[in-house]
Design a protein around this ligand. Sequence first.
Ligand SMILES: Nc1ncnc2c1ncn2[C@@H]1O[C@H](COP(=O)(O)OP(=O)(O)OP(=O)(O)O)[C@@H](O)[C@H]1O
Length: 227
Amino acid sequence: MENIILNAAGISKTYHAGSVDVEALKKSDVLFKKGEFTAIVGKSGSGKSTLLRIIGTMDRPDEGTVEIEGMNVFEMKDKQLSKFRREKIGFIYQDYSLFPEFTAYENIVVPFALDNKNAPEEEIDGILESLGISHCKGKYPSQMSGGEQQRVAIARAIATHPAVIFADEPTGNLDAESAKIVADMLSMASKKYNQTIIMVTHDMQMADHADRVLTIVDGNVKEGKLY
Ligand SMILES: Nc1ncnc2c1ncn2[C@@H]1O[C@H](COP(=O)(O)OP(=O)(O)OP(=O)(O)O)[C@@H](O)[C@H]1O
C-alpha cells in the first residue's frame, strides 16, 4: 500500500513464566505511514513494550510478520538484520543511552563510525540547532540536563535518516517542561525530516503531541485514544 512504511500482520506473543502463560499480544495487525508520529498507550502490562520490541525488530513474534519498507524482517539472517537495523531503524530509550565518555557530537556520530562512514557535520549542526542544543555539541552527558541528553539521543536517531524511529517512554525520566520540549522535538522531526516515529508512553499529555494514537487493550491493538 502506498505510503505504508511498516506493516505488522497477525503478530502474537505469549510469554511462558513457570506454569503460567501470558498472552501479551493477540494476533494484532497494525500499519504505520511514512512521516507519521504515532503514540502507543495502554495500561501497565497491556503489551506496549512487547509490541514495540517486535515491530522494532528486537524480538520475534510467535506468529505473524513484520515488514519494513517491504522487507520481511524476520526472514532475514541475523547479520543481514543487524545491518538493516543500523540503516533503517533508530531507537530512543528512557535512559537516553548516551556514552558517558563521549561528547554530544561524538555520541551522534557513533552510528556513522560503526559503518565506516563520514559524518555530515554541517547537517548535524543543523539538527542540533533545530533541537535547540547547539550549545551542547562539545559537552559530555554529565554536563547536560536530562532534557538536553534526550535531545542529543533524538539527534543521534535522526542523523542517519532511519526509516523509522522507535521511542520507548522517551520522557519517562523528565520533568513536565523537558518532556514537552522532547515531545515537540519528536513531532518536529517527523515533519521536518519526514521520519516515522513510533513512541510508547503512559503519559496521555505526551500522546497528545502525536498525529495518531493507538491503545493496547489486553494484547489487542486498537485505533484511537481509548484509555
Ligand atoms: N520476559 C517476560 N516474561 C514473562 N512475562 C512477560 C515478559 N515480558 C512481559 N511479560 C508480561 O507480558 C505482559 C505485557 O508486558 P509489556 O511489558 O509488553 O507491557 P507494557 O504495556 O509495556 O507494560 P508497562 O507499561 O508496565 O511497561 C505483561 O503481563 C507482562 O508481565
